[in-house]
Design a protein around this ligand. Sequence first.
Ligand SMILES: Nc1ncnc2c1ncn2[C@@H]1O[C@H](COP(=O)(O)OP(=O)(O)O)[C@@H](O)[C@H]1O
Ligand code: SF4
Ligand SMILES: [Mg+2]
Length: 337
Amino acid sequence: MRKFGYKTRSMAVKGKKLLEVEQLEVVFNTRDGEVKAVNKLDFSMQSGETLAIVGESGSGKSQTALAIMKLLAANGKTRGAARFYGRNLLEMTATEINEVRGEHIAMIFQDPTSSLNPYMTIEEQMLEVLMRHRKMSRKDARLRVLEMLTQVDIPDPERRIRQYPHEYSGGMQQRVLIAMGLLCQPELLIADEPTTALDVTVQDQIKRLMRELKEKFNTSILLITHDLGVVAGLADKVLVMYAGQLVESAPVDEIFYRPRHPYTAALLKAVPRLDQVGDYDMHPIPGNPPNLLKLPKGCAFRNRCEMAFDACAQMPEVREVAPGHKLRCFLDGGALK
Ligand SMILES: Nc1ncnc2c1ncn2[C@@H]1O[C@H](COP(=O)(O)OP(=O)(O)O)[C@@H](O)[C@H]1O
Ligand code: SF4
Ligand SMILES: [Mg+2]
């Protein structure tokens, strides 16, 4: 039995509330004042579900994930709650959260190189995970590692397992990290820009792999990306963030076919169309996100919004405009596409 009460893996039944984030705030103390990187964020995930958090660079996506894992920089603090199967991760002791991180929630990052130890073979790094967290024998752990490398399509794992990270390409390193993250069969995989550092063909392979693993192991995925294009075919729900706040969240098809927030609509226009090869017609969003130290009063998107009107000088509250569809905007909500 686990120390802090996640008794069995059978808890990971499809449809059960896996993660509930309530009024999450991340505040950093800086020389210039307080920076609110995440502002009263609410979302939830069911077991087996994939939620994508999307937004431009600096919108608070990574800090949301780091806060949940209690991995914020020393000048950061959190408010609110992040309940994993009902237990608030933010209130856990170091020992408790370490156990969650090793066994129940795994995280992979944008840059695979910096997540692997350059001085250890892939075998040593992967065996360590199982021998430490699962107390497995070396022999059993090795079998499991080879099986997992096969699952992520590493060819000739018996030979490659003895190599060092620099002998792998970036795409292969990301496969190793996904395999390593899944070794202890976590209920939740947090993937922060997992394909951003890779070239387009490798991006597609990693996306396909994540989709397959999600089906095979029923792993829930919290996918963080600045690129809405990555989300299609992988996410069930999408949450769009702007300047630390939720601006829209909905099932993936609603976001793609019936976006209601002007920012979501602008992000969609910025995605290169799959059917266009070569010089495609991309529309980057004009202007920049606001400075978090000097947030303007009212809607944070106001200075870039083509639809802004007088009321937008006040901050719109989040409201539910259709079942499971939340919106922070005064427009009364016809689809914008
Ligand atoms: N250690 C820190 N000290 C002060 N501000 C920080 C710190 N880390 C992050 N931030 C602020 O948090 C904002 C959101 O960051 P982040 O979550 O990393 O954005 P992204 O959506 O690109 O992942 C950044 O724009 C930055 O202003
Ligand atoms: S509240 Fe106003 S400024 Fe903000 S997104 Fe909606 S229309 Fe644009
Ligand atoms: Mg980030």
